[in-house]
Design a binder for this molecule. Sequence first.
Ligand code: PLP
Length: 442
Amino acid sequence: MSGQTTNEQEFARARGAMPGGVNSPVRAFGSVQETPRFFVSASGPYVTDVEGREYVDLVGSWGPAILGHAHPAVVKAVQDAAAHGLGFGASTPGETELAELIAARVRRPNAIAGPVERVRLVSTGTEATMTAIRLARGATGRDLIVKFAGHYHGHSDGLLAEAGSGVATLAMPGSAGVPAPIAAQTLVIAYNDLDAVREVFAARGGDIAAIIVEAAPANMGIVPPSRGFNAAIADIAHAHGALLILDEVLTGFRVGPAGWYGIDPVPFRPDLITFGKVVGGGLPLAALGGPAALMELLAPLGPVYQAGTLSGNPLAVAAGRATLDHLDDAAYARIDAAAATIADAAASALSEAGVTHVVQRSGSLFSIQFAATPPVDYDTVKAQEAFRYPPFFRSMLQQGVSLPPSVFEAWFVSASHDDDAVARILEALPAAARAAAEASPG
Ligand code: PLP
């Protein structure tokens, strides 16, 4: 493969075939002013581009590759499943097993039961949150949704207002094409601000179906919830007859065996939880779960419709099951240790270069923010010196480390990031930090 084409050539050709040359906006590398790399293979912590260049990867397919790329057990599970048929459009035993696995894992340490009694498998995180919202509306008979600025819940119409991730990267307030009456059903408030939550419920409480929240936000960079925040918003929602939708599409099964729900220092009760990324092991699969009484309002038992040609696809189910099976305590310990080493080294390199920064962490998830004090919400995130990230990113890339191409994204460490891979990242950090130091706003 090496030497056949260049990334430049691939990008030029792709732009003639797909809008912006990509199938998801952040992949265009626009905000880091760099040519996107076109990858041809990946293994463990490494990805290889069309030019034959290998990078240590900290994108991890945006989360799913938690065991490392092409983990042999996951690949084998998918191959075995494929040999039995790519999909039936009918039920399979594997779907039940994955649903049971999800329900069994999502519980607080020592709890007899968790908040997930029934699971619906879908294909993307966007579908999971969209369905959770429809279900909340169907259950409460109310229309309004409360979301937090800077939180990303996928690209369904009602959830794009002041969203994080690519919407933040592209500095878009929302999206064209969302009808105003639909946008008006979403009330956007500041994160980590309980007064804002109380105020919105005082004003509109009787009309609010649900609050949707990233369990530990990671789409405006990492912004941890203040202690007890999730518990407090659960209480406020419940006091007004509204539901709490905990979006664990990114954090679920990543920050621990039961996601953020399992490690939040203050226990709380979400009504619906959405999962994605890790739960599909790299293939298109996501899920939502909750108590039977709520979940059984979904068709065919209840009046809330949801369906999918590829829902519960056997290859995706096999990848998800194999991934969860291999995510044991040892795997989480490796991820935690590698993440801590990389985060500490990034902080040291930036300090050494005299760059004002904080490294924000939520469990093993972390990101750099170029600010003097830890950002707590979208406004403080946006106030950072974001112009320092593109040169930092480009320096890392030139040195063979693939970071997320946006300051608003988390760095994804996998269980395959061994000492060699971590050492390569650590070696690259000082020069990248110096590049960040030399950056200017213009
Ligand atoms: N929710 C969260 C917290 C996410 O991070 C994402 C994707 O990044 C989504 C929902 C949407 O998931 P998908 O991209 O699979 O539609």
